[in-house]
Design a protein around this ligand. Structure first.
Ligand code: PEP
Length: 248
């Protein structure tokens, strides 16, 4: 089943308010691609201003806390993100798994909070280079999906991003055959966990997507979009990726 593509940008810890000027070109490209969903996930500090600067563009956060409120200094709840007008939240990104020692269980708790607040959770999974070299990529990703996806996930509130850790920011990507195999495995696992609803959950590929490789990656079966880091930071790089999705 061909699902509507989602091209989401993860700005990570990049950008001050001047960076929002990039949204003009991204909004124009999104408007010219009505068959594609486009989203930008800036740092928390820019969400409010991004929603104001680009009201038609879905904005997302890069994390949320599992609790609704309370004594959690420095943290941000899903409700607070919704209050700013954001619609998505990235959860379980490998950089948070490494830097903040987040686990599948953490991602699951945060996804439940996101669902309760009305956000769509983009849960990230992916193997390290050592795990792939050891032939364990499929087992690792299947385990991450089992540990992090709540049973209440639906096609509307959940997106999975397959991001091989070794491909993030490295300029390296898996072969198209490897992407096809892994996305097929993820689709089967989603259907095992969520039943028929799992057939409609979008599976994004992420890891060194750029204007040169987007078209071929997005054409792989069960690749329902892209999560883009470095190449989402400028309209010049991100717009051709939106256009590649629209051309399919
Ligand atoms: C990411 O970290 O989500 C990502 C996909 O990064 P990059 O595109 O820079 O590899």
């Amino acid at each position: 089943m061909a699902l509507r593509k989602l091209v989401a940008g993860n700005w990570k810890m990049n950008g001050t308010r001047a960076k929002l000027a990039e949204l003009d070109g991204i909004v124009s490209a999104a408007d010219a691609a009505p068959g594609v969903d486009v989203a930008i996930c800036p740092p928390f500090t820019l969400i409010d201003a991004a929603v104001a600067a680009a009201p038609s563009l879905p904005i997302g956060a890069q994390d949320c806390h599992h609790a609704v409120q309370g004594a959690h200094t420095g943290c941000v709840s899903a409700e607070m993100i919704v209050d700013l007008g954001a619609r998505y939240v990235i959860l379980g990104h490998s950089e948070r798994r490494t830097d903040q020692h987040e686990t599948d269980r953490d991602a699951r708790g945060k996804a439940l909070a996101a669902f309760a607040a009305g956000l769509t959770a983009i849960i990230c999974v992916g193997e390290t280079g050592a795990q792939r070299d050891a032939g364990r990529a499929g087992i690792v990703v299947a385990g991450q999906l089992e540990g992090s996806i709540p049973a209440t996930g639906t096609a509307a509130n959940l997106v999975i991003a397959y991001e091989p850790v070794w491909a993030i920011g490295s300029g390296r990507t898996p072969s198209l055959a490897e992407v096809k195999e892994m996305h097929g495995l993820i689709r089967a696992k989603l259907e095992a966990i969520l039943g028929i609803e799992g057939a409609g959950v979008r599976i994004l590929y992420g890891g060194s997507v750029n204007p040169g490789n987007a078209a071929e990656l997005l054409a792989v079966p069960d690749v329902d979009g892209a999560l883009v880091g470095g190449a989402s930071l400028t309209a010049a790089q991100f717009v051709p990726i939106i256009e590649a999705a629209a051309a399919l």
